[in-house]
Design a binder for this molecule. Structure first.
Ligand code: BES
Ligand code: ZN
Length: 675
């Protein structure tokens, strides 16, 4: 592979040289200035191997942002002023360690109330970790050779800073958290658009901070929008202050000054939940504390699709305790958003591919809403504990669906999830099949599998069964209360479970093998979920496959999206093109607009080599950037021996995909620039 110097590496190199030119190190550091503070004595489960931060010595607790969003240079520049807490054990000469990736650092100063700010020396370089602590620190490279975890910003002489430091910085145009869209990539086609995606470890590419989910911060921000064609654009954040809404204290957010917006998040959140979007946005209320933002062209469709949101909030509160964030709003993004949804607090970000027109895909709303309890309120302390976020949330998601749409739909979704999990387990390395996973040396983005989601949710479903629904709901409510606004490890969860559920009911506890659920690969024995409606679909699928039924005799007129997905999932991988064609002619599957159905169908057509869907596949892959759809479709092409075709489409689509999708696809297909 040809070595190319990328801007991100350049910024890094300049940082190293710039940092080295500065003087003023302490004696201890002079012995080995390039060494991070030791982590050897820290409680093992609490070490975050995806962050360079040293919160055990000095911890960031508030971030104050002054940002200028420039659509012309595709950069965000400004200052981040960090409020710091020093632990009592922190040695006086300790440095402050922050995470960055691709950031240019202009200056670091200690503001002085009533005096001139003092500049502080800093360095920006990947340090040498002593061999005996290798497993306690970030490690590993991305597909372009850059470090997965970015470059620490080490601020020296922080003792002079009296608890506050101001960093002037600028993002790189290819910051991994940011996607800058041209007008052509939006629904309206007239204005540019910007959105951030900080989970898992991308906050560091647009804000210098301790980018670890164990380090909670409050934040405030003033955002200015600049560049050609930006008049009328609105900025929104995962905070109080979004236009069209009232603030938590009941005051209506002031009409934004043209091009200038202010926000505040007063509840402590992990950095991966700091989020910003700028675009031509409109707002529609969905009730008195919920609403939706979207481009004008999509706002009606979005308000229709999400009409059940207030009912979802109400039922979750009733079962699992109060919604503690004030408002709950949704933001519909352009189609290149790499995820289905992202639970940014007070403002879920969502893909437009869930606007199916029939509310059939709103379990995604239930999911992101549920994160307001599991994830945003009680947060995984490290990415090894990711299942605490996603497993709990997938479990709550199904409970919400059951309450709002009925047990039939919840069961169908449970069966679909389990089928997906079993398929994936059959292909995953054993080490990736465990809930309490070890992600050392790896990019947490590349390990988003159905294990933390659906194996995690099944574990909770088994707990519910063993202890009874009422008892388990009480337990969950107590858990959210006990750990509200905290970040916890799998070990802390386990102790709480044993203390509050297992010891009170040892009889029921004997039915749960904790060690195999948390630490072992595979799936422990479960109560098999069933769905009468999906069983009926199975019977039809079998009859058609056996030739006992013609495609046009399939009784599909009342099928929900879930039944269609199950039907397509029941087709064997080696279904020949002629039979795929029979289905298409009778059921018009290539024409379907529902993105989930389209994706499942297109995967089948690729495996079969059914050419009639090629144009639809091209259009799908070049207009939608959701990684969940892109990965299986490109993979199916590779498996079907169509690597060249996959690469041709990818070369065309890549400039429009999000950096997170590009990273995954470069790993699968290679970077077209390297061939
Ligand atoms: N928090 C996740 C998305 C995420 C996970 C982003 C890991 C970055 C790293 C979000 O809540 C999520 O799970 N989204 C799912 C939808 C859901 C219905 C399963 C998605 O995007 O597909
Ligand atoms: Zn989630």
């Amino acid at each position: 592979m040809r070595m190319r110097i990328r801007p991100i590496l350049l910024v890094w190199a300049i940082g190293v040289i710039g940092g080295m030119a500065l003087q003023g190190r302490s004696a201890a550091q002079d012995e080995n200035p390039n060494r991070p503070p030791s982590r050897a004595g820290l409680p093992p489960g609490q070490v975050d191997v995806h962050s360079w931060g040293n919160p055990h010595q000095i911890r960031v607790r508030h971030v104050s942002l002054r940002l200028r969003v420039d659509f012309e240079s595709r950069t965000i520049s400004g200052t981040a002023t960090l409020d710091l807490d020093r632990s009592p054990e922190c040695p006086p000469e300790a440095d402050l360690w922050l995470d960055t990736r691709g950031l240019a650092i202009r200056s670091v100063v200690a503001p002085r109330p009533g005096g001139e700010p003092v500049s502080l020396p800093f360095r920006l370089e990947v340090p040498q970790v002593p061999e005996e602590e290798r497993l306690l620190f970030p490690s590993g490279a991305r597909s372009d050779g850059s470090p997965i975890h970015g470059t620490p910003l080490v601020i020296e002489s922080i003792g002079q800073a009296e608890g506050r430091v101001a960093i002037a910085f600028e993002t790189s145009p290819d910051a991994s958290a940011l996607q800058w869209l041209t007008p052509a990539q939006t629904a309206g086609g007239r204005s540019p658009f910007l959105f951030s995606q900080s989970q898992a470890i991308h906050a560091r590419s647009w804000i210098p901070l301790q980018d670890s989910p164990g380090v909670r911060v409050t934040y405030d921000a003033i955002v200015e929008v600049a560049g050609p064609g930006v008049a009328g654009l609105k900025a929104v954040m995962s905070a109080d202050g979004n236009f069209g809404t009232s603030r938590a204290d009941g005051r209506r957010a002031p009409e934004p000054e043209p091009g200038r917006f202010s926000f505040s998040m007063e509840r402590p959140i992990p950095p991966y939940l700091i989020a910003l979007a700028v675009g031509d946005l409109e707002f529609r209320p969905l009730g008195d504390r919920a609403g939706v933002y979207a481009e004008p062209a999509l706002i009606e469709a979005a308000a229709f699709e999400f009409a059940d949101t207030p009912a979802m909030i109400a039922t979750t509160e009733e079962r699992f305790g109060p919604y503690r964030w004030g408002r709950y709003d949704l933001l519909v993004l352009p189609p290149s958003f790499p995820f289905g949804g992202m639970e940014n607090p007070m403002l879920t970000f969502a893909t437009p591919t869930i606007l199916a027109g029939d509310r059939s895909l709103v379990s995604l709303v239930a999911h992101e809403l549920a994160h307001s309890w599991s994830g945003n309120l009680v947060t995984n302390a490290t990415w090894d504990d990711f299942w605490l976020n996603e497993g709990f949330t997938s479990y709550l998601e199904r409970r919400i669906i059951e309450d709002v749409f009925g047990a039939d739909r919840a069961e169908m979704e449970q069966v679909l999830a389990l089928d997906g999990l079993r398929d994936e387990l059959s292909e995953l390395d054993e080490r990736d099949q465990v809930l309490h996973i070890d992600l050392w040396g790896r990019d947490p983005d590349e390990n988003v599998t159905s294990v933390p989601y659906d194996k995690g949710a099944l574990f909770l479903r088994e707990l519910e069964r063993a202890f009874g629904r009422d008892r388990f709901d009480d337990f969950l409510r107590g858990y959210f209360d006990r750990f509200a606004f905290q970040s916890i490890t799998t070990g802390q969860f386990e102790r709480h479970l044993v203390d509050h559920l297992f010891e009170a009911e040892p009889e029921a506890a004997r039915r749960i093998d904790l060690r195999s659920w948390l630490d072992a690969p595979g799936l422990p024995p479960i109560d098999e979920p069933t769905s009468g409606r999906l069983a009926a679909v199975d019977r039809q699928a079998k009859a058609w496959l056996a030739g006992d039924l013609e495609a046009r005799e399939l009784d599909t007129k009342d099928w929900s999206t879930q039944e269609w997905l199950h039907f397509l999932g029941a087709m064997p991988a080696d279904l020949p093109a002629s039979r795929v064609g029979e289905l298409d002619r009778a059921l018009m599957l290539t024409q379907r607009g529902n993105a989930e159905i389209a994706c499942a169908w297109l995967e089948l057509t690729i495996r079969a080599g059914y050419g009639e869907a090629d144009a639809r596949l091209d259009r799908f892959l070049t207009t939608i950037g959701r990684r969940k759809f892109l990965m299986p479709l490109y993979k199916a092409m590779v498996d079907a021996g169509q690597l060249d075709r996959a690469r041709t489409i990818y070369a065309m689509a890549r400039p429009k995909y999000h950096p997170i999708a590009v990273e995954s696809l470069d790993l699968l297909l290679g970077d077209p620039g390297d061939r």
